[in-house]
Ligand binder design. Structure first.
Ligand code: G3H
Ligand code: 13P
Ligand code: ZN
Length: 383
């Protein structure tokens, strides 16, 4: 409660809403003046960043309703990774312009790079930014990508995440069940949704690498989902992390372009999982398509990404129509950003203001996100 002078002066105690202030040392009203001129010395109390905050207070939502609608409607929600402000801005601009729900996800590496506190305030800022851009009721999820332990998930839940992934996919089955159930039991107390994973993705990405790919065993999914109570399940059907999803030996080569053609995803495994768990939300990781025009631009302007290859978009479009309701994309955004920056530097070697090269990078990511939403996942016009 502000002091009486403040109430009588009719001054909006705006600061109380945003963060606690002390009202000590506050000198109100210019004694001689007719208008209320404040000469106040606000003393912001140090806010403990480890204070528990619920995502609902930040304007975020969990994935439950979003996934139910996506499964029913035959589309998938984009889950874009972010590490910095430009990615966040591009994600929100794209989601608002296409009227799409969106999952902003943060990896363990992103938390280390950007700082957990900063990322959580960025997510809160993202909600306000979406409103500022004209979206009345943004549907934004802040999701932990590849949570590696109960402790990491707990810490995210306590700092405003609305969804977490516990990735026990490399553990023995019973250990995966145990840690997933522990996270679910904790998360559900706060209405936070939990993604789990069964089956192992191949990949070369730092924090999430797995030497080989093991497709999800459809015969395990009912037992796993029932015993853990997870809200969605990431499965392995041949996608993998990073910009090199397949070795040249696993691909065929297009004789005209010389580009690699990857082997198809295991749609039979997806179908078998859907039959066992009808309507249950399924997640695909490692779903970047590694756009060859971006790869060519990178290579043309000094980069070295030979034989980078991803998942063809037609296959993701197909998957989106099924119970796959969350599709993870990170590498494509990295490629779009890198290509734009390399091109910009090649064309403007005199530039050194980050805004000069980050502006086209942000534009390029926004274009990519809009393309994914409209042309691949079909989550546009759902708000
Ligand atoms: O699946 C992993 C994401 O691409 C995040 O990658 O660990 O390099 O941030 P990262
Ligand atoms: P990509 O590397 O294919 O973009 O996959 C990202 C991902 O799965 C994040 O969890
Ligand atoms: Zn992943």
């Amino acid at each position: 409660m502000p002091p009486r002078e403040v109430q009588e002066a009719g001054i909006e105690p705006f600061s109380l809403v945003q963060r606690p202030f002390t009202w000590r040392n506050m000198h109100l009203l210019n004694p001689g003046g007719g208008s209320a001129i404040i000469s106040a010395v606000f003393q912001p109390q140090t806010r403990k960043t480890n204070e528990m905050v619920n995502y609902k207070d930040l304007g975020l939502v969990n994935t439950r309703e979003m996934f139910a609608k996506a499964v029913k409607g035959g589309y998938a929600i984009p889950a874009f990774n972010f590490n910095n402000m430009e990615q966040m801005q591009a994600i929100i601009q794209a989601a608002v312009e296409t009227k799409s729900p969106v999952i902003m996800q943060v990896s363990k590496g992103a938390r280390k790079y950007a700082n957990p506190t900063i990322l959580r305030f960025m997510a809160q800022g993202a909600v306000e930014y979406a409103k500022e851009l004209g979206c009345e009721k943004p549907q934004i999820v802040l999701h932990l990508d590849h949570g590696d332990s109960f402790e990491t998930c707990k810490s995210c839940i306590e700092s405003g995440f609305s969804s977490v992934m516990i990735d026990g996919s490399s553990l023995p089955y019973e250990e995966n069940v145990a840690v997933t159930k522990k996270v679910v039991d904790y998360a559900h107390q706060f209405d936070v949704t939990v993604e789990a994973e069964l089956g192992v993705l191949a990949g070369v990405e730092d924090e999430v690498s797995a030497a080989e790919s093991h497709y999800t065993k459809p015969e395990e999914v009912v037992d796993f989902a029932t015993r853990t109570g997870c809200d969605s399940l990431a499965i392995s059907i041949g996608t993998s992390h990073g910009a090199y999803k397949f070795t040249p030996a696993q691909c065929t080569r297009d004789p005209k372009t010389g580009k690699l053609i990857p082997p198809p995803l295991a749609f039979d495994v997806l179908k078998a999982v859907e039959e066992k768990l009808p309507g249950f939300p399924i997640v695909l990781h490692g779903s970047s398509s590694v756009p060859q025009d971006e790869v060519d631009t990178i290579n043309q302007f000094g980069g070295k990404l030979p034989d980078a290859v991803g998942i063809p978009e037609e296959q993701l479009r197909e998957a989106s129509k099924s119970a796959v309701c969350k599709i993870n994309i990170d590498s494509d955004s990295r490629l779009a950003m890198t290509a734009a920056i390399r091109k910009h530097f090649a064309e403007h070697p005199e530039h050194f203001d980050p805004r000069q090269y980050l502006t086209p990078a942000r534009e390029s990511m926004k274009k990519l996100y809009m393309h994914k939403i409209i042309d691949v996942l079909g989550s546009n016009d759902k708000l």
